[in-house]
Write a protein that binds this ligand. Structure first.
Ligand code: NAP
Length: 251
């Protein structure tokens, strides 16, 4: 296969920068979008960046919606603005990137959309309501798009890492607690502890390697869980869901 052209958002961060390095090392071209070069929450800027990239490289083969963060905190303490901002970045910015790139992929009758979700795209956790909601939304969009775009030769994959050794958790711990409801003191302390815990089982380079292998597959899976914690968490959630189906279903 010749050189592919990748567009990667959040390229300044742990996973985005590891993926950018791995893709370049594999000999492919990368359009690396960082917050300093493009404001992903401004659809006009996203469209212009994509048009310039296509003018420079002639096409885009792989789109990786990677930029994201977690607005951690008890739901009752999160201001509405924090919930909306979470969706702006993790969901609407990703949707804008797809709107800007899909016309080129559809015209080419090929391409691969790689949506960086999370274990949190499949399961919930206390203090993670905004983040899990945004990643579930990204997964819902992706599942429907996979079927909608298949007739045009465009493939969609959802990548679900567990805890990855990047600045992701630290950056949620470093944000100020959004509220002061005493009932949530223990949860806030726990989120802070988790955010500052440096032991995370998966390195960003491992996720990058998994994504490179994914796009090479002739028939890539719709979902790819990366890391033993992600696989175990999703499996446990699905087993619970199946048990719920069995107990609650009424003939
Ligand atoms: N690390 C984990 O444990 C983990 C697990 C599952 C899924 N993920 C997902 O993996 C993706 C990459 O995260 P990471 O682990 O590499 O974290 P990271 O090191 O914090 O990097 C996040 C990237 O997203 C960008 N970003 C954050 N907020 C943004 C905003 N408001 N506007 C534009 N860009 C923004 C950051 O840009 P700046 O550098 O400018 O801030 C950075 O490039 C995210 O979608 C995350 O949800 C991470």
């Amino acid at each position: 296969m010749g050189k592919r052209v990748w567009l990667i958002t959040g390229a300044s961060g742990g996973l985005g920068s590891a993926l950018t390095r791995s893709v370049s090392a594999a000999g492919d071209e990368v359009i690396a979008l960082g917050r300093k070069s493009v404001d992903l929450t401004d659809p006009g800027q996203v469209r212009r960046a994509v048009a310039e990239a296509v003018a420079a490289f002639g096409r885009i083969d792989v789109v990786v919606n990677n930029a994201g963060y977690a607005a951690a905190g008890a739901f009752e303490e999160l201001p509405d603005s924090a919930l909306r901002e979470q969706f702006e970045v993790n969901f609407f910015a990703a949707a804008d990137v797809l709107r800007a790139t899909l016309p080129y992929l559809r015209a080419a009758r090929s391409g691969h959309l790689v949506q960086i979700s999370s274990l949190a795209g499949q399961v919930g956790a206390p203090g993670m309501s905004a983040y899990t909601a945004s990643k579930h939304a990204l997964e819902g969009l992706s599942v429907s798009l996979a079927e909608e775009l298949a007739p045009f030769g465009i493939r969609v994959s959802i990548v679900e890492p567990g805890a990855v050794n990047t600045g992701f958790r630290r950056s949620w711990a470093e944000r100020e607690r959004p509220g002061t409801i005493a009932d949530y003191d223990d949860l806030a302390a726990r989120l802070d502890r988790i955010g500052r815990d440096a032991r995370q089982p998966t390195e960003p380079e491992e996720v990058a390697a998994a994504i490179l292998a994914l796009v090479d597959l002739p028939e890539p899976p719709l979902r790819l869980a990366v890391g033993s914690d992600a696989v175990a968490g999703i499996r446990a959630a699905r087993i619970r869901q199946l048990a719920d189906l069995e107990t609650r279903w009424i003939a």
